[in-house]
Ligand binder design. Structure first.
Ligand code: SAH
Length: 504
């Protein structure tokens, strides 16, 4: 018997929008699949988990703008499965909550294609949760009902039993109901639901664009019309909505809804971006610099081979640490090659990276500006000591000059090079953001090459620089600087941003 190719289809819930709400199992299968079939509710960050080689097929399904019909989508995943492909069919929220996952699974079974279901966090529960509305609460209800509003009572079709739904002790959660809100509200009032019953509507729940509208059964239709509140939204009807006053938590953070431009190198941006998400902001990654090998790698190799001959080895960034350990590893070495050399790390992240390689820094200057670092090193390294400064090719020479003039013997060695990135997407990203962040003078220089009229374009935006040197570079280019934290770290920058935005 010839073996038929064995494909498999995973029906995967992508969660409600915040990429952090994807399950670990979903992330694993998305990362490993050959084909990803997704619709408009799936966030770009989640689609981005698929490999470069993965074929990505967008099947749309926004109300009124279907790209493929449901039958075509089902036929597509069946065909891909029969072809022996490993397919992830990604759906917003959960797979089985008004998402036709049941039909797709049945068709796969009928065609003999193996499948798995990976449930997702449904927007029916998550969007209210991010608005501070718990779907059950001991003071208010003992059950909740999740219903579709796709059937409009005003247009004369509904199979919803309003006599049962109109129960003040039960929370009602409607999906796809913005178009039929007036009909639903009318029916509930008709069946005796109190007119003062609170209603909360949450659109784009769990995303930085989340909006919430609160009213009562009596007011909500007019409220929605007044502010033009639009789908996709979850409608919650019940006393639980009152809890928002007390437990609202997501959409009242200082940076909530702000789009923040992150200009640092892609590798360095991950940590900053996840902290921004936690503060409710939406990071927009626009790397202006890239980290690569120095023009001449020989001096770095030689210095690393002679590590133990130095009294002090100074790392100016985590990229330097990575470059040094890559050079060590290339000739079979490890941390023991430091021998008796003492190690200094500029910045807590640099120190953390060293520790990850098994080296605890002997000295971490309390301030990260070159002048202060040089003064700190002078206290540690004695006259005549050999000092290796291992950093970027374009390193400022302040530290070396200060040390040399005080009688230390300094080798300055380029472990890596930062180069400027030129990409039209940078200007576009900048225009779409409320806040611009710069974490080094080189990000400023490259940004200005990409956005020559930055000074004008910065109007109405907040410009934040991580420290004084970065700020000087910005001001020299006539770019107004609004924020420089006292603590020249990403955490300091974030704190200063939160404080500034809160008082604006
Ligand atoms: N399977 C999805 C629901 C699909 S039906 C789930 O479990 O979440 C599409 C409807 O879901 C939309 O009309 C809207 O009512 C709701 N919806 C989906 N994502 C949402 C979000 N982030 N915020 C508010 N409502 C959302």
């Amino acid at each position: 018997m010839s073996a038929k190719p064995r494909g498999k289809v995973w029906l995967v819930g992508a969660g409600p929008g915040d990429p952090g709400l994807l399950t670990i199992k979903a992330a694993r299968v998305i990362g490993a699949c050959d084909v990803l079939v997704y619709d408009y509710l799936a966030s770009a960050a989640i689609v981005g988990l698929a490999s470069r080689a993965c074929e990505k097929i967008y099947v749309g399904k926004k109300a009124g703008a279907h790209t493929l019909t449901q039958d075509e989508i089902t036929a597509l995943i069946v065909r891909l499965g029969l072809e022996g492909r490993n397919v992830v069919r990604l759906k917003g929220g959960d797979v089985f909550v008004f998402a036709r996952g049941g039909e797709e699974a049945a068709e796969l079974r009928a065609a003999g294609v193996a499948f798995e279901i990976i449930p997702g966090i449904t927007s029916a529960i998550a969007a209210p949760a991010y608005a501070g509305i718990p779907v059950t609460h001991r003071d208010h209800n003992t059950s909740f009902t999740i219903a579709t509003g796709h059937e409009d009572p005003l247009k004369g079709y509904t199979s919803l039993d309003f006599a049962k739904l109109a129960n003040p002790k039960q929370t009602l959660i409607f999906l796809m109901a913005m178009g039929s809100l007036a009909g639903l509200v009318g029916k509930l009032l008709e069946h005796g639901m109190p007119p003062g019953m609170p209603v909360g509507i949450v659109r784009e729940g769990t995303k930085p664009t989340q909006e919430t509208l609160i009213g009562t059964l009596e007011t909500i239709v007019a409220d929605v019309a007044r502010v033009q509140f639009k789908a996709p939204a979850i409608i919650v009807i019940g006393d639980v909505v009152r809890e928002r006053e007390t437990i609202r938590w997501f959409d009242n953070t200082p940076l909530f809804g702000k789009r923040v431009l992150v200009t640092r190198a892609a590798d360095d941006a991950v940590d900053f971006a996840s902290k921004l998400w936690e503060s409710g902001a939406e990071p927009v990654l626009a790397p202006t610099i890239a980290i690569g090998a120095p023009d001449d790698a020989a001096p770095a190799r030689a210095a690393i081979a002679a590590l133990a001959t130095y009294a002090w080895v100074v790392f100016t960034s985590q990229h330097g640490v990575d470059a040094a350990f890559a050079a060590l590893a290339a000739n079979g070495g490890d941390a023991r090659r430091f021998g008796g050399a003492k190690v200094a790390a500029i910045g807590t992240r640099t120190a953390a990276r060293l520790l990850a390689h098994g080296v605890r820094a002997d000295f971490v200057p309390p301030k990260f500006v070159a002048e202060d670092v040089a003064a700190g090193l002078l206290e540690h390294a004695s006259r005549g000591d050999r000092v290796l400064l291992f950093g970027a090719q374009e390193m400022r020479d302040v530290i070396a000059t200060t040390l040399r003039s005080a009688g230390r013997v300094v080798d300055v060695v380029a472990g890596y090079k930062t180069s400027h990135v030129h990409d039209a997407a940078i200007a576009e990203a900048a225009a779409s953001c409320d806040i611009w962040t710069f974490t080094s003078a080189s990000t400023i220089a490259s940004f200005l090459e990409n956005v020559p009229d930055a000074a004008t374009r910065a109007q109405g935006k907040v410009v934040a620089c991580i420290g004084p040197i970065t700020a000087i570079a910005a001001r020299e280019a006539r770019l107004r600087v609004d924020i420089v934290p006292d603590d020249y770290t990403v955490d300091g920058l974030l704190e200063a941003l939160e404080a500034a935005v809160a008082t604006r």
